[in-house]
Design a protein around this ligand. Structure first.
Ligand code: 13P
Ligand code: SF4
Length: 303
């Protein structure tokens, strides 16, 4: 049944010259049928380089928007429009403007996990992998970082700049506790602990490495260690295990599940490639300034 749906999806994708992208947290059956899986920004950048006319994005809304920002000439389809990101929704462009009016003008560094309109009001974007490099690339000594307070505090701990943190957070990563990590370490004393920078500072203090989701996959593959405790959404266990079949991976907590990331089912993907719904298109007046912030970040990463 799953195989039949998968085959039908692949045929329709071919007919439409479409490419299917899946974030690392998507359900295994979605990752298996996708052309590419990876972290959010990496997917959009790789998709922009293909000659596909259509990108079907299995992830959450801001990721489809990012694909639209970097590939305006392509049609971006999201199988589940209700897959949002609670952290991205913890800030609006209006609230950001009000904050800047209160703080005084300063550069705004915005995590890619944000809406297109917040990106459009930002100086530069960052990812969990390049936040420190982006912060340190700015000439100014005082900056505002949005929307993730944990990523912000992590970057601030590695920089001499004065960084104001927006008070947003990922409910899934922010709930990982020191006790849960200590329990996992006690159960697997030989394992390295990899944590996502969206985790709290006291949890990151226990980590052997703070990494983005794709960073964790590379780290595990290149490490001479055999076992790892994984401090991120549980969906990452699947690609970690698939790419490192001889190694062992343990959840840092049983409770790190992002419901939004799990909304998309194979049936939704089949319906999406059949009906070409739902299209996500960032309007030009938002896309152009948002793309400037993304492009500035990419220039730093390229250096
Ligand atoms: P990355 O895959 O970019 O590390 O992001 C993690 C995340 O929480 C995405 O929702
Ligand atoms: Fe948003 Fe967190 Fe879910 Fe990622 S895991 S989509 S940051 S709520």
């Amino acid at each position: 049944m799953t195989d039949d749906i998968g085959r039908e999806i692949r045929e329709l994708l071919k007919e439409r010259n479409a490419i299917l992208l899946a974030h690392n947290y998507q359900l295994p059956e979605i990752q298996d049928v996708a052309d590419l899986s990876g972290d959010s920004l990496d997917l959009s950048i790789r998709a922009a380089k293909t000659d596909a006319d259509v990108i079907v994005f299995c992830g959450v809304h801001f990721m489809a928007e990012t694909a639209s920002i970097v590939s305006p000439e392509k049609t971006i389809i999201m199988p589940r429009l209700d897959a949002g990101c609670p952290m991205a929704d913890m800030i609006t462009a209006e609230a950001l403007e009000a904050k800047l009016a209160a703080l005084g003008d300063m550069p705004v560094v915005t995590y890619v996990n944000s809406t297109a309109s917040v990106k459009a009001h930002s100086t530069i974007c960052c990812t969990s992998a390049n936040a420190i490099a982006v912060v340190n690339s700015l000439a100014e000594d005082e900056i505002l970082m949005t929307p993730d307070r944990n990523l912000c505090q992590y970057a601030a701990s590695k920089s001499t700049k004065k960084i104001h943190c927006w008070d947003g957070y990922c409910p899934i990563h922010d709930r990982l506790t020191v006790q849960e990590v200590m329990d996992a370490k006690a159960a697997h004393p030989e394992a390295l602990f990899m944590a996502h920078p969206e985790c709290r500072p006291e949890v990151l203090a226990l980590a052997d490495a703070a990494l983005s989701t794709s960073g964790m996959i590379d780290f595990a593959a290149n490490s001479d260690k055999e076992s790892f405790i994984v401090g991120t959404e549980e969906g990452l266990l699947y690609p970690l295990q698939k790419k490192n079949p001889s190694k062992s991976f343990y959840k840092a907590s049983e409770f790190m599940v992002c419901e939004d990331m799990k909304r998309t089912r194979l049936e939704d993907v089949l319906r999406a490639v059949t009906s070409m719904e739902y299209e996500v298109k960032v309007p030009e007046e938002i896309r152009v300034p948002a793309s400037r912030a993304v492009e500035r970040m990419l220039e730093i990463t390229r250096k």
